[in-house]
Design a protein around this ligand. Structure first.
Ligand code: F6R
Length: 606
């Protein structure tokens, strides 16, 4: 969702801001804008429009002045439609502002401070600019503190004051801001992607502090005016790993990167053939002292949790629940100090997951998070973190984050099974050896991606589609179906195949193709019966099937053979195949695969 950049320094400010906004495009947005301060006149000029950063670039090209600082924003509409005036920055009197988050009490603020006459947009953000302007009497910190005291909701605010030279001010609650200073100047952003062109050293601005940036100085103070030393982190992502690397879309590149991403995720966590979290500082007591597990996540990350649930039930025989983070707090969950909460998130910023973690901790649970982005809000809020080491994931549709989350879950299950006495050392090592085969097996699927492209052509024209499977296959298909619908806009539903007869089979006709997964040997005969049922009702069926069991149906169906792994691990090759299916359908339809309509990569509103 919304992206923020602020820069003051020696480089061409406009270019820095526009380039950074392009790097933030992946978050999802519908409008973009920048404000730059003209060095000669001291005026702050705002350029903004609904549309792409390329549209904004065209507007900015018309007039060029020397600027010392500026702020920029990509907006994902929440309050007010997608149009030029709702785009950020907002300018009221001496204040120019960009905002991420939601101000819940903006209507009350308009009434209480009689701000209606100051407003030109329908946004909650402009109300903050108006309030700041109302409180501003020459002291930025005072005005910011007074304003923040009146706000209810989440916010990352970045502000220019007309009479404060080339200085940028910022504060935040929940919505993240990272900042850094380097030889080219000082800068801040909503996430690291926008900064890593300049440096890999950054810090996360603490909540309710004031950050002040000038070209040669960066100052952080708390709300009592005490200076605070920033806690710098070092990112291990290289900028070029965030480029497309010759692929037409990030999604394809990220699908292809999975073998390496899995290797990076497990490499330092296997010692003498055993799962080992000593470098992560995760103690075994976390796994032995709990009585139940609760996995909290959204979307694809939640689907990774469903696979973990199946493994925990069958291997550990423990009580486990997978909760949609958005429903969690309102469902009176059974959470106490005997519950191990595992939060899963690529971005580490999904607000529902973050709030659910805070809630679980208040109830006394210990929280382990599985996160891709280092130092993100959920990582900081958790007691322990296992990073997925997938590298930057830019395409909105999550691929390598999902399979690296699965890899971490296999490690957790193995470590837990051994520490709880369920697996012997030999059994644990054998389980880990199978996990270590994953990159090679995935490569075999990737090498045959042209065959999946052929399969994709068969579902291209579909309006509705079903994906069916049992057990782990059903969990895989929930993710495969989400992938297909989000990038191809085909209405796709994943169904446990045994449930079909209880209603949805009424929708099966010759116009509803069915994608089936058959990877679990013990369920094969039942799955094949369900497949026959849809075929006899006219559906075209494509089956993704474990190679060693596929012979039995040779010639009867369109089959893509998945290289063999033990059944518990078939999720890995099957997921890659289903990701490629979604990717090819979307690219063949000519869609912008990386930026599906209405979606945002980082979901920072509830
Ligand atoms: C789908 C997708 C989303 C995310 C979800 C959670 O491809 O990417 O469903 O999985 O929005 O995001 P994170 O993992 O950042 O918490």
């Amino acid at each position: 969702m919304c992206g923020i950049i602020g820069y003051t320094g020696s480089e061409d400010v406009r270019e820095v801001l526009l380039d950074a906004l392009e790097l933030l495009e992946y978050r999802g947005y519908d409008s973009a804008g920048i404000a730059v301060r003209d060095k000669e006149s001291g005026n702050t000029q705002v350029f903004k429009c609904a549309g792409r950063v390329s549209d904004l670039r065209a507007i900015c090209a018309t007039e060029r002045v020397l600027c010392g600082c500026g702020i920029g924003h990509t907006r994902w509409a929440t309050h007010g439609g997608v149009n030029d005036s709702n785009a950020h920055p907002h300018q009221v009197g001496k204040v120019t502002l960009v905002h991420n988050g939601i101000i819940e009490n903006y209507r009350e603020l308009i009434t209480d401070y009689d701000l209606a006459g100051d407003l030109k947009s329908e946004t909650d953000s402009e109300v903050v600019a108006a309030l700041l302007n109302r409180f501003y009497e020459g002291d930025p910190a005072e005005a910011i503190k007074k304003t923040v005291a009146k706000l209810k909701g989440t916010f990352a605010l970045v502000v220019l004051f007309a009479d404060q030279g080339d200085t940028i001010f910022s504060t935040r609650n929940v919505s993240p801001i990272v900042a850094t200073s380097c030889k080219e100047g000082a800068m801040l952003a909503s996430d690291l992607t926008a900064l890593c062109r300049f440096t890999n050293r950054y810090f996360v601005v603490p909540e309710y502090h004031i950050l002040t940036l000038t070209a040669d100085k960066l100052t952080l103070t708390d709300f009592d005016g005490h200076e605070v030393e920033p806690e710098y982190l070092t990112a291990d992502w290289e900028l070029n790993s965030a480029g497309k690397g010759g692929y037409p879309f990030y999604m394809e590149k990220e699908i292809m990167e999975q073998p390496e991403a899995i290797e990076n995720t497990i490499a330092n966590r296997v010692k003498s053939g055993m799962p080992d979290f000593s470098l992560d500082g995760v103690p075994d007591s976390l796994f032995t002292d709990c009585e139940r597990i609760s996995i909290i996540a959204c979307g694809t990350a939640m689907h990774a949790g469903l696979v973990a649930q199946a493994l925990v039930k069958s291997i550990l025989h423990m009580h486990i629940e997978v909760e949609m983070a958005s429903e969690f707090m309102y469902s009176d969950p059974v959470i106490d100090e005997k519950t191990l909460v595992i939060a899963v998130s690529q971005s580490g910023e999904t607000i529902d997951t973050l709030e659910a973690v805070k809630y679980a901790k208040r109830r006394g649970a210990k929280c382990l998070s599985v996160i891709n982005v280092k130092g993100s809000s959920i990582a900081r809020e958790s007691d322990y973190v296992l990073y997925t080491n997938a590298g930057p994931e830019i395409a909105v549709a999550s691929t390598k984050a999902y399979t690296t989350q699965l890899a971490v879950f296999y490690l957790i299950v193995a470590r837990m099974a051994h520490s709880r006495g369920v697996f012997t050392t030999e059994e644990t090592q054998s389980f880990i050896r199978e996990l270590q085969r994953t990159p090679e097996v995935m490569k075999k699927v990737l090498e045959r991606r042209r065959d999946i492209h052929v399969v994709a052509k068969k579902v291209l024209a579909a309006k509705d589609l079903f994906m069916i499977g049992r057990g782990l296959d059903y969990s895989i298909l929930l993710e495969g179906s989400l992938k297909l619908k989000e990038v191809s806009y085909i209405h796709s539903e994943a169904y446990a195949s045994g449930e079909l007869k209880h209603g949805p089979i009424a929708l099966i006709t010759q116009d509803t193709p069915v994608v089936a997964a058959v990877t679990q040997e013990k369920l094969m005969s039942k799955e094949l019966s369900n497949i026959k049922e849809v075929k006899s009702r006219g559906a075209d069926v494509v089956i993704f099937m474990k190679e060693s069991i596929a012979e039995s149906i040779e010639g009867e169906y369109e089959v893509f053979k998945l290289p063999d792994m033990q059944d518990e691990f078939m999720v890995m090759p099957a997921s890659v195949a289903l990701q490629l299916l979604a990717y090819y359908v979307s690219s063949d339809k000519g869609y912008d695969v990386d930026k599906p309509r209405n979606l945002a990569k980082v979901v920072t509103v509830e």
